[in-house]
Design a protein around this ligand. Sequence first.
Ligand SMILES: [Zn+2]
Length: 72
Amino acid sequence: MVRTRLQRCISCGEYGLGARCEKCGSAMAAVSPMKYSPEDPQGARRRKRMDVGSDEWLESLPTTRNEESEEE
Ligand SMILES: [Zn+2]
């Protein structure tokens, strides 16, 4: 089985598996299967707005900890 990586057109943003966009024929760039795109132009601004790392930000995070089990 051939391993194919999802490609995305650098021109129109269409997703595909070929080296060329089926829509506009532009070059495709490999898309990493990440939940959040490292190229997210809003990422840095969003993190800054949320003041990542601050106490408020920490408290805003969903927690999976069981508070009662923290006592040791
Ligand atoms: Zn395209």
